[in-house]
Ligand binder design. Structure first.
Ligand code: SF4
Length: 372
């Protein structure tokens, strides 16, 4: 394991549009590379240009907090900034990987976020996040904090093979329970669901039975980009069960994004749908956790995108995704648009939903569709 301290040029990854999975417009990687060494990690792909051997070499952004203070401002604004959660985690390195015990960049980041009064969403696979329960509790009381853990399975034996550097699913669930006991909303990102390993109906149901005790479960498949990510994963799969390797070529289309083919995607989500009917729970971060921290256009976009996912999962036609896309391109507040039906993808039905969200923060159709 090699740790290298680097001076980064910038820290914050600002998105043009709100992300409806994480309900955020800004995130960061405090580290480049990740000791957790998940065998499927996207961070291994050439596209992200992570130096060295992934899983063994980590770069520490030693000036991260200085950059954060510049990029996120020191002063608490008079009015709350309605840009959703600042997301801490994901990408090319877990903020709570073991090296953070020494550098404490995650804690220092939270201290700054607390100072400026912004909501935070922590997404990690590490139980080390417990160290910062005190500060997350204060942020939650003041401006809101949510904690998500990601899992490819809740089975400890499988996770040991595919997530060799991460505390076991049982330990991660225990950590989440501690946050929940302190009144912090918690959820599971059940992704990536590993093809032919954790994607059977039984395995998905086994996971949803457990995740039901938390506030949400966000489900997704696994991408496998050609190159380092693909080659490393297939090598691990070969050792796990050589018979599975040849079947992977029928699942991945071979595009540069590492997407699964449509047939597999539909089949996988069909299994998830059956599982969530059996173990009902919110399949996205619930609106009660974000309705007051987003500006009106972002709020409507997120809710329409949630509806789009839920409608398709239920096998219904969805006009919502198209409408959401037009709203992200709008350069004026939705409430100032005289006739919402002039927006592409917005008909009388969606117009009614948008008006209800603008007036009340939710809509009957949203609540109904998101119910499982
Ligand atoms: S914890 Fe996340 S960033 Fe780290 S190796 Fe696993 S998937 Fe990659």
């Amino acid at each position: 394991m090699t740790v290298t301290e680097i001076e980064a040029k910038s820290l914050l990854r600002k998105q043009k549009r709100v992300d409806s999975w994480f309900v955020s417009t800004a995130g960061m990687n405090l580290y480049r590379g990740c000791e957790h060494d998940c065998t499927y990690c996207d961070g291994r792909a050439e596209k992200y240009q992570v130096e060295g051997e992934f899983g063994k070499d980590v770069e520490v952004k030693i000036n991260a907090i200085e950059l954060l203070q510049k990029e996120l401002g020191m002063e608490r604004p008079l009015e709350p900034v309605k840009e959703g959660f600042i997301i801490m985690g994901g990408g090319v390195g877990d903020s709570y990987q073991p090296v953070d015990e020494k550098y404490q960049l995650a804690r220092k980041t939270l201290e700054h976020i607390e100072k400026i009064g912004r909501p935070v969403h922590v997404l990690t696979k590490s139980t080390l996040v417990e160290r910062d329960l005190d500060i997350l509790k204060r942020i939650n009381d003041d401006s809101r904090a949510i904690v998500s853990m990601s899992f490819s399975t809740v089975d400890d034996t499988i996770a040991d093979v595919f997530e060799p550097g991460v505390p076991s699913p049982s330990e991660r669930l225990e950590t989440l329970r501690k946050f929940k006991d302190e009144g912090i909303a918690c959820g599971i990102f059940l992704l990536p669901c590993i093809p032919l390993v954790s994607d059977s109906q039984e395995r998905i149901e086994e996971s949803l039975k457990v995740t039901q005790e938390f506030d949400y479960v966000v489900f997704g498949g696994m991408t496998l980009k050609p190159g380092r990510q693909h080659d490393h994963f297939l090598q691990v799969l070969e050792n796990y069960d050589p018979e599975l390797v040849s079947r992977y070529s029928g699942i991945y289309s071979g595009d540069k994004y590492g997407n699964q083919n449509l047939e597999y995607y539909k089949e996988l989500h069909g299994k998830f749908f059956e599982a969530v009917k059996k173990y009902p729970q919110p399949i996205r971060i619930p609106s009660r956790l974000f309705a007051d921290i987003l500006g009106e256009n972002d709020l409507v976009t997120v809710m329409l995108e949630h509806m789009d996912f839920a409608a398709k999962l239920k096998g219904q036609r969805s006009p919502y995704g198209y409408g959401a896309r037009s709203i992200t391109k709008l350069d004026q507040p939705l409430s100032s648009v005289e006739d919402l039906k002039t927006l592409k993808g917005v008909g009388p039905f969606t117009e009614k939903i948008i008006n209800s969200i603008l007036e009340t923060g939710t809509s009957e159709q949203y609540e109904k569709l998101m119910e499982f």
